[in-house]
Design a protein around this ligand. Structure first.
Ligand code: TYM
Length: 331
């Protein structure tokens, strides 16, 4: 059976981008593959280094994984820092990762631009740690959103380089995966880029948002003064809202508003009201379960303890092999 690995950083509440880019695939994949879904708390240290950030945020992601429907009996749910073997593999892979290629990574360049005062080495080697997460379980499929595609290319580069260096066909190649074939990019509500935590709260619809909060944010989303000609190409901010509608609403609803737009008859107030209601419906089952699961700390602890044990079993096997391949002596 093929192995699947994916993770989400513990930097706050999960949003629709995380759900449609990653988690929706996790839920289906757990039925078909040997799945490891983890909380990337080590990765979150690159931008969120303090303990007060860490504990609540890790718990939040575990709760939201469970609320979204990841079943700990089917998939292994673990916290990255509970599996220290990943740090060892990260170190070995770092010996074969070069400054030039790390500096060229889009995510690194974005982070440098956004926060030039915090260009730490962890940020630079972020893709190496991500490769270690994936190679640790010898995964071949990695369900992620579009923004992670380049990291998967780098993972293949590092894995293949290790294989060549030690003349061993050890690590398989891992590919970004989505059931929708094209990797997903969910836009934010600000009319610009993708939905993301660092783009601000008003830009994100969180899985835990109350219906009133969802309605407020959607009604405030950026629009223009409306089409002036029939069949006009939609400006980015309007196209983004249509793209959001495509993931939460029925095809008929999208076609209805598309038709109104093309005839210059669209009323953005009605359009946004419908979009908000469909978002409320799409998130409803998770919202109620989040509160329920959050209250059951004993259950959450059991889930991550069981996950850590299973993930370490797999990780230890890989580390034992890798040490042998590298040539460490056992006295
Ligand atoms: P992170 O925490 O930024 O995002 C977690 C997942 O959500 C997806 N995602 C989106 N997909 C579509 N549209 C959006 N607007 C959107 N925003 C977020 C991301 O693509 C991702 O799948 N580096 C990873 C965490 C990680 C990881 C790994 C993933 C660490 N190690 C190993 C896979 C395998 C990250 O920062 O994700």
């Amino acid at each position: 059976m093929e192995t699947v690995v994916s993770g989400i950083r513990s930097t706050g509440k999960l949003h629709l981008g995380n759900y449609y880019g990653a988690i929706k695939n996790f839920i289906k994949m757990q039925e078909e593959y040997n799945c490891f879904f983890f909380i990337a708390d080590l990765h979150s240290l690159t931008t969120h280094p303090t303990p007060d950030n860490l504990h609540g945020n890790v718990k939040q992601v575990v709760v939201e994984y469970l609320a979204a429907g990841i079943d700990p009996e089917k998939a292994t749910i673990y916290v990255q820092s509970d599996v220290p073997e990943v740090i060892e593999l990260y170190l070995y892979l770092n010996m074969n990762a070069y400054l030039g290629e790390l500096e060229r990574a889009t995510s690194f360049k974005d982070k440098v631009r956004a926060n030039p005062d915090n260009v730490n080495a962890g940020l630079l080697t972020y893709p190496v740690l991500m490769a270690a997460d994936i190679l640790l379980h010898k995964a071949t499929k990695v369900p992620v959103g579009k923004d992670q595609e380049q990291h998967l290319e780098m993972t293949r580069t590092f894995g293949n380089r290790f294989n060549r260096m030690y003349k061993h066909d050890y690590f398989p190649e891992a590919f970004a995966f989505s059931y929708s074939h094209n990797l997903v990019k969910i836009p934010g509500l600000d009319g610009k880029g993708k939905m993301g935590k660092s783009e601000g709260d008003a830009n994100c619809i969180y899985l835990s948002d109350k219906p009133e909060a969802i309605r407020k944010k959607v009604m405030r989303a950026v629009t223009d003064s409306g089409p002036t000609e029939e069949n006009q190409v939609k400006p980015v901010e309007i196209q983004n809202l249509f793209d959001l509608m495509k993931v939460v609403s029925s095809a008929d609803t999208v076609a209805h508003f598309d038709d109104l737009y093309n005839k210059c008859q669209i009323r953005y107030g009605d359009f946004k009201k419908q979009l908000a209601e469909d978002m409320v419906i799409a998130t409803e089952p998770m919202r109620s379960r989040i509160e329920e699961i959050e209250a059951d700390t004993a259950y959450i602890r059991r889930v991550v303890a069981m996950g850590a044990e299973k993930a370490r079993e797999s990780a230890k096997r890989t580390i034992k092999d890798v040490r042998e391949i590298i040539g460490f002596k056992e006295f």
